[in-house]
Design a protein around this ligand. Structure first.
Ligand code: SAH
Length: 239
C-alpha cells in the first residue's frame, strides 16, 4: 500500500497517524489483500478504497476511547476497528471477537506479524461468550462496526460492558440510525443502556472523488445486565 498517499488521506480527514504507524498499517493492508485472495475476509479489494473505508473509518473511534481502556471489538471481521485501534493506541488492550474462526486466526496472524502485543482475537459467538465470567462486565468499551441492527447489537454487547462504561456502535448511513435507535428502545431499557450521543462523521478522499457519511452511536450502561441476558440468538433477533 502507498504509505505517503495513506498519510495524505489521514491528514485530509484530520486523523492523526505517525509515519511508523502508517507503514505498519500498510503492511497490514498488504497482508489482508493477499490473504483475501485465498479466502473471503473483506469485500473491499481495492487498495485506495481500503484506506478510507477500512483504515480511516476504524480510526474515527480512537478519540472516544479512554486512556488505558480494556476494549472488546465484537464482530471484528478482518480486524476493524480492532487492529488500527490497537496499533494507534498502545495504551489500550483490545480483544477482537468473531464468530468465524478463520477471521479470528487472521487477526492473530496480523497481530503477530506487526508485533502488536495489545491485540488478541478469539473466535466465538458474542451471545455465548458474554456469559463467561472472564468476559462478563470486564470491558471499559465495546466497539462494533457494521454488526447487526442496534436492537440486536445492544443485547450482544451489554453483558460485556462494565456498569458506567460504553458501547460505541459504528454505523454506515446515518439516516438509518434514528430508526434503529427507536426500534432498540425497549430492549435498551431492559439492559440499562442509555443513548448518550450520536456522532456524525464525514470521511473524504477528494483525489478519488469519495465522500462517506458515518455515525457512531454512543450508549452508556447504567446498571448491571440481568443474568438471563443475552438470550439465545433466535430470541435476540425477534426483538
Ligand atoms: N467489523 C468488521 C466486520 C463486519 S461484518 C468490519 O467493519 O469490517 C460482521 C462480522 O460480525 C462478521 O465477521 C461476523 O462473523 C461477525 N458476527 C456476526 N454476529 C456475531 C456474533 N453473534 N458473535 C460474534 N461475531 C459475530
Amino acid at each position: 500500500m502507498d504509505t505517503a498517499l495513506f498519510l495524505d488521506i489521514c491528514r485530509e480527514n484530520s486523523l492523526p497517524c505517525g509515519e511508523p504507524e502508517a507503514r505498519k498499517l500498510s503492511d497490514f493492508a498488504d497482508f489482508l489483500l493477499a490473504e483475501n485472495e485465498k479466502y473471503n475476509l473483506t469485500a473491499i479489494r481495492e487498495e485506495r478504497a481500503l484506506m478510507l473505508r477500512h483504515l480511516c473509518d476504524s480510526m474515527t473511534v480512537i478519540p472516544l476511547i479512554p486512556e488505558g481502556a480494556r476494549v472488546l471489538d465484537i464482530g471484528s471481521g478482518a480486524g476493524f476497528p480492532a487492529l488500527p485501534l490497537a496499533l494507534l493506541r498502545p495504551d489500550v488492550t483490545v480483544t477482537a471477537l468473531d464468530a468465524t474462526a478463520k477471521k479470528a486466526s487472521f487477526i492473530n496472524a496480523a497481530a503477530s506479524k506487526l508485533a502488536l502485543s495489545n491485540l488478541a482475537a478469539v473466535s466465538g459467538r458474542a451471545e455465548e461468550l458474554a456469559h463467561d465470567p472472564a468476559y462478563r462486565e470486564a470491558f471499559d468499551i465495546v466497539t462494533a462496526r457494521a454488526v447487526s441492527r442496534l436492537s440486536v447489537l445492544s443485547e450482544l454487547a451489554a453483558g460485556f460492558i462494565k456498569p458506567g462504561c460504553r458501547l460505541l456502535a459504528m454505523k454506515g448511513d446515518p439516516s438509518a440510525t434514528e430508526e434503529e435507535l427507536r426500534a432498540a428502545e425497549k430492549i435498551c431499557r431492559t439492559l440499562s443502556l442509555s443513548h448518550e450521543e450520536t456522532k456524525l462523521l464525514t470521511l473524504t478522499d477528494a483525489g478519488a472523488g469519495e465522500s462517506l457519511t458515518r455515525s457512531i452511536v454512543i450508549m452508556k450502561k447504567t446498571a448491571p445486565t440481568p443474568a438471563s441476558y443475552p438470550r439465545r440468538y433466535s430470541q435476540i433477533i425477534k426483538n
